[in-house]
Design a protein around this ligand. Structure first.
Ligand SMILES: Nc1ncnc2c1ncn2[C@@H]1O[C@H](COP(=O)(O)OP(=O)(O)OP(=O)(O)O)[C@@H](O)[C@H]1O
Length: 894
């Protein structure tokens, strides 16, 4: 019997790969209809072809790479023919294997050549390394395949009638480590469903016994199958391809099912909790078809989305005779085409992830070249939509989208799913990108973001309405029903108005309940057990004399009217103060200083390079280099000028580094990142937070220094999660440097307040009553406070939340009151009456609220004053840090 398997070569017309499978008897047509898929093992190879003593070599430090290869050609626009694996031997040479494990050549690098840039030629082929395979499981699979298998790559096992289908290998087996599934139906598989309403289990839910088509994978043959939920009327079970499901972590299985339910319009009962293990019978209401996956960074949103895309491209719960072969094998999935829109810097990352998890010879991915003309782009898009089997996924940058909208509009109904990565970009209802996306006729949408929707309900409405148009009514209704009552309840003047408070709380709960249907957010803690421990270190760095002088002189001469100060009128001064925190030398180029201060005050004496944070940074880098020579450091700043200063310091202290900022061309980024992750001598990576924070994988480093902070905590969080992510092997240290008592600290405190607020909304249902619609953290008093320089404090943040002595204590709830007292001047023992009186003051209430919000984010941190002796100090490379006045340290090991 001949079973078709569709192999879509990325840059070629697809081929139907006719594969023979042997059994001793052919099944009857009815048997064929019901037979399960058989998961076949990896190809076996003869010892003669075996990579020489792989395991031994691995122990000696050989490395594995995924490769792409093609026949040699003189064509101008070359494309790749297939994937494979390379082994870098201990002598530096490379041995190349096709994805079925066949050895096909070897090559070596010339002096100074970059292994990822080099195109090797051997056996009539051109080969390029794609990425290093570091995952232990993957490496051991490769060792197994390349090292211990027997040769039968071209062996075709023929089916024989009526017998169990034998396992064999194919002439086109996929990437190493991947199991081949043959679409052969048997009678064995009877899925068990849970009825989500009643919690009872049944083997034939609703009309399931009327299912006419067998699933393409047999769950009984798959270890830990991932079976999608179903609905009455479904004709076929949908099971995630085991080549992907075997990699998914528990939270990712739940995530894939959640997204599937949303885009399929399946409604979960409100109390429904999916463990990702059972398939449930849900109601198909089509009320929602858009999904917001707002998991924190690093949880693998890309892999989850790839699993969804691949499932929908290959399978459908409602096949028909026309869309299946005579054996009931689906010839097409629910979606023919998928559109992925993302920031341009992430296009390569998406493609790499598709390649990593599926291999690019399984799926056709089209990306538009950033250099091509709008005309060419339109042509490519039209071809993508019209030509059936060459490409299934189009990955586009948001910027390109506008130039191809018209072409997409013409055939957008053929796109079955749209994915918007870093989707918080769409929160502005007036944006052209949003209207371009809205003009496409695509109902199934997935929006990915690691950034919480920051308490702005107007922006949240924009995103909700984009995903599921009209689900919350129109904007005026939403404003009336949710924004107004929630905002009113937040107003301090209504704090004791019970009616307003109750209404606000009810509306908040209602909103959370309504959006829960299509919103999923999990925190980074979910994945922490799969990662090495992480230690967060907040270092308060003593400002230098010239920094303090600079603050004072500028404040005196700025002549700010503090009673009428507004965020916009003070923005330039805020920026100047932030620069002084980094290095007073930045003042001399600052436009506010040049225009308003320079003529009034002579600051020449305090324009030196030196700053508290630079001193701490340099000492930290020296400590790391001498005590942990294997480790690398990422240094992040929001300012390229600051990066320039740090770059000079690195150069004069002979630290080898590389750098990525807004001026780095997109095509260079990948090479820079790869070089940093792989070249041992590169010690530091200078990164601009805004231009490079998103999507980068810098797991070559295990330490990261956040030199300054942004108002938006999401930007800092993005940057910080570049090293502590899947693939990281070493314990990680994240250092945040703050100038003690200065604007740095105030920004940090506001960030923590923002994080607390958004956490309440997005994640913590219990405290959802505290949702605040308007994140108005900039009242006049706050602004005044920003410019206050507290020279006597060791940490203003610590003063705010705690009154301990900085000897490894942790903050606890009970300490907030004490801290509040300290801040309001009520030091020492105070009678209950006095305390009551002072707490009634509006001012102290505000401080208490601020302290509570800040404290919420700092629970579990150890408080350490002037780095009192403690074992973490040496692990964190903080010995002899005389410029650190205080530290908060939290280790995930605690
Ligand atoms: N189950 C897994 N096993 C091994 N590696 C994984 C797994 N899931 C994800 N990864 C890897 O973890 C890294 C982070 O994943 P990914 O970029 O998808 O996270 P994310 O949630 O999109 O984060 P961000 O918002 O920062 O981009 C990637 O290199 C990815 O290949």
């Amino acid at each position: 019997m001949r079973v078709p398997q569709y192999v879509n070569k990325p840059f070629k017309s697809p081929v139907i790969c006719k594969k023979s499978v042997s059994t001793t008897e052919s099944p009857t047509p009815t048997q064929q209809m019901k037979a399960p898929a058989v998961v076949r093992p990896l190809s076996k190879r003869a010892p003669s072809d075996v990579a020489p003593s792989i395991n031994k070599k691995a122990a000696q430090g050989v490395a594995y790479y995924s490769i792409m290869y093609r026949k040699r050609s003189t064509k101008k626009h070359k494309t790749w023919d297939g994937d494979g694996t390379a082994i870098e031997m201990s002598n530096g040479s490379f041995r190349f294997y096709k994805d079925d494990g066949r050895f096909f050549g070897s090559g070596s690098l010339g002096k100074g050549e970059d292994k990822f840039e080099r195109i090797f030629t051997c056996s009539g082929c051109e080969v390029q390394l794609d990425h290093q395979i570091e995952d232990e499981q993957e490496v051991s699979k490769l060792e197994e395949i390349l090292g211990s298998s027997t040769k039968s790559t071209n062996q075709i096992v023929k089916p024989s009638l009526g017998h169990k289908i034998k396992q064999g290998t194919s002439s086109r087996s996929p990437s190493p480590g991947i199991q081949v599934v043959h679409y052969l139906p048997t009678q064995k598989f009877k899925p068990v469903y849970r009825n989500s309403q009643s919690d009872s289990f049944e083997s034939t839910p609703g009309a399931a016994n009327a299912r006419r088509f067998p699933p393409i994978f047999d769950p009984s043959q798959i270890e830990d199958p991932l079976i999608m939920n179903t609905f009455t009327g479904a004709e076929c079970d949908v099971i995630v391809d085991p080549i992907l499901s075997k990699h998914l972590r528990p939270h990712q299985r739940v995530g894939v099912k959640f997204m599937y339910d949303c885009v399929m319009g399946l409604s979960r009962p409100s109390q429904h909790e999916d463990d990702g293990k059972t398939s449930c019978l849900l109601q198909k209401t089509d009320e929602v078809q858009g999904c917001l996956l707002a998991d924190e960074m690093g949880l693998g949103k890309t892999l989850m989305t790839i699993a969804l895309i691949w499932t929908l491209l290959k399978q459908t719960p409602t096949p028909s005779k026309e869309t299946t072969s005579q054996f009931g094998i689906p010839l097409q999935g629910l979606c023919n085409k998928v559109l992925v829109v993302c920031p341009v810097t992430l296009i390569a990352n998406w493609k790499r992830e598709f390649s990593k998890w599926l291999g690019l010879n399984r799926i056709g991915i089209l990306t538009l070249d950033s250099k091509s003309t709008p005309e060419k782009d339109k042509l490519h898009v039209r071809n993508f939509l019209r030509v059936q089997r060459t490409y299934q996924v189009l990955i586009l940058g948001y910027e390109k989208l506008l130039s191809v909208t018209e072409a997409l509009q013409q055939e957008s109904s053929s796109i079955g799913l749209m994915v918007c990565d870093e989707g918080h970009r769409l929160k502005n209802g007036q944006s052209k990108t949003l209207s371009a996306l809205n003009s496409l006729d695509i109902s199934r949408k997935v929006l990915l973001t690691g950034t919480p929707i920051q308490n702005d309900l107007t922006e949240f409405f924009t995103i909700i309405d984009f995903l599921n148009c009209g689900i919350m009514g129109n904007f005026s209704q939403f404003k009336r029903d949710y924004i107004n009552p929630i905002t009113r309840a937040r107003d301090v003047n209504n704090k004791y108005n019970e009616t307003i408070q109750t209404r606000g709380k009810d509306r908040t709960d209602e909103l959370i309940d309504a959006t829960k249907k299509f919103t999923l957010r999990r925190t980074a803690d979910t994945i922490s057990k799969f990662l090495p421990p992480k230690t967060d270190v907040v270092l308060f760095c003593k400002p230098t004399k010239s920094q303090i002088q600079a603050f004072e002189k500028i404040l005196t001469n700025a002549q700010l009217d503090l009673s009428s100060i507004t965020p916009s009128s003070s923005l330039a001064l805020i920026t100047l103060f932030k620069k002084i925190c980094n290095s007073p030398s930045l003042i001399s180029q600052d436009s506010y200083y040049l225009e308003n201060i320079k003529s009034k005050s002579d600051l020449t004496g305090c324009l030196g390079l030196d700053s508290g944070k630079l001193r701490v940074l340099l000492a930290l880098l020296e400590n790391i280099r001498s005590s942990y020579p294997q480790e690398k450091v990422v240094i992040v700043s929001n300012y390229t000028q600051t990066l320039d200063i740090i770059q000079n310091i690195l150069t004069s202290n002979r630290f080898a580094f590389t750098r990525l900022d807004g001026n780095t061309p997109t095509k260079e980024r990948d090479r820079i990142v790869r070089a940093f992750n792989t070249v041992p001598s590169l010690f530091a990576f200078l990164l601009s937070a805004k231009s490079g924070g998103v999507g980068l994988n810098l797991i070559g480093a295990s330490r990261l220094v956040l030199f300054d902070n942004d108002w938006n905590p999401a930007i800092d969080l993005q940057a910080m999660s570049r090293i502590h992510r899947d693939g990281q092997r070493r314990p990680c240290f994240i250092y945040r440097l703050l100038t003690t008592g200065c604007i740095d600290e105030k920004i940090f405190q506001r960030q923590l307040m923002k994080i607390s607020l958004s956490f309440r909304f997005m994640g913590d249902q219990e405290s959802s009553s505290s949702i605040k619609a308007d994140d108005n953290l900039f009242e006049t008093d706050d602004l005044k406070d920003l410019f206050t320089v507290l020279t006597s404090t060791k940490s203003n943040t610590h003063d705010l939340i705690c009154a301990c002595h900085g000897q490894k204590e942790h903050v606890s709830d009970s300490k907030v009151t004490a801290a509040t007292m300290a801040e309001t001047g009520a030091k020492g023992w105070t009678s209950a009456m006095d305390l009551m009186a002072s707490m009634e003051k509006a001012e102290s209430e505000k401080i208490a609220e601020k302290a509570a919000l800040v404290q919420q984010c700092l629970v579990d941190y150890e408080h350490i004053e002037t780095l009192k002796a403690h074992e973490i100090i040496s692990e964190a490379a903080l010995e002899s840090q005389t410029d650190v006045t205080f530290a908060f340290i939290k280790s995930s090991k605690i």
